[in-house]
Design a protein around this ligand. Structure first.
Ligand code: AAT
Length: 282
């Protein structure tokens, strides 16, 4: 007998994956957490029944939430990640030799604890062993309000705008992020699917544009996320993600990436028409 898990992306469409076994299932103060083993995508983490990451395709999301900003900023020393309790984003951040301190602020301690236990290939830099990584279990909104120390880059690796992540898609939060960044700081936030989430994107990019002078969307292919077409918002005080991109520096990176490269960096910012229309200025 085989067991299949379905996540509905709309009332009438979704993704379905064959499950080999359940590794962990439990409820935290914030959400339901499940870690399962799939036949096709390796281990998979679900929060409130939604796919957060799988071992097979997480490299796309984590390359793309980190490397564009860290190769555009000329000297990213202090980096803050909000959300991202699986550790994949921090793992990519600390590959950059310029980074002196990578801080993770995740609301749910259970996500971190169980990722260290069951998803070691993602959580390898948040298991307490990495000298450049600092961990805070706290609401990103509260943390950024209290920690006005300046960051070069802030990465918002959050869940969809439901539950604890609602506030991370609002203008007040972007203003706090703006204040916590240095004068040439960059923020990148995951910004949902251009195919399914036009309304969320419209509001999010409008709010970002009210706060940051430079706001661009870029895309990546993530097979286990709704529609497979995913996006990120690049919001910046000074550096433009294409015009200020140092292609040589990215090409000469001292580590291997399976999705990101210097050509794709530029290509990712070229958007299909329907995606551009989602975030057109009114
Ligand atoms: N790295 C890819 C996985 C995620 S997980 C997003 C994380 O954000 C979760 O662990 C969740 O607990 C955390 N989170 C949610 N709200 C907050 C908050 N207010 N402060 C800090 N952390 C928070 C991203 C998946 C992308 C969605 C794909 N559909």
């Amino acid at each position: 007998m085989s067991i299949w898990y379905t996540e509905k992306h709309t009332p009438h469409a979704g993704i379905t994956l064959e499950i080999r076994r359940t590794l962990f299932s439990g409820k935290s103060e914030f959400q339901q957490l499940d870690i399962v083993e799939t036949e096709e995508y390796g281990r998979m983490m679900l929060l409130d029944g939604l796919v957060m990451c799988t071992e097979r395709d997480e490299f796309v999301y984590h390359d793309m939430i980190v490397h564009p900003a860290l190769f555009v900023h000329p000297d990213p020393k202090q980096v803050l990640v909000i959300g991202g309790g699986d550790g994949g984003t921090i793992r990519e951040v600390v590959r950059h030799p310029e980074v002196e301190l990578a801080t993770l602020c995740e609301i749910d301690g259970l996500v971190v604890e169980k990722s260290v236990e069951y998803l070691p290939s993602l959580a390898c830099a948040i298991d307490g062993s990495h000298p450049k990584v600092k961990l805070h279990i706290d609401d990103g909104l509260a943390y950024i309000r209290e920690n006005r120390d300046s960051f070069d880059v802030i990465l918002v690796d959050s869940t969809d705008p439901i539950g604890p992540a609602v506030g991370l898609f609002e203008k007040d939060f972007y203003q706090l992020v703006h204040g916590a960044l240095k004068e040439d700081g960059i923020m990148v936030a995951q910004s949902e699917s251009p195919f399914y989430h036009a309304e969320i994107q419209k509001n999010m990019y409008q709010a970002l544009r009210e706060v940051f002078p430079i706001v661009e969307m870029y895309q990546a292919f993530i097979p286990t996320y709704p529609s497979g077409l995913w996006s990120f918002a690049f919001a910046s005080k000074k550096y433009h993600p294409v015009r200020d991109f140092d292609r040589e520096r990215a090409a000469n990176r001292a580590f291997r990436t399976r999705y990101y490269n210097e050509d794709l960096h530029l290509g990712a910012f070229m958007l299909p028409t329907f995606a551009k229309e989602n975030i057109e200025q009114q």
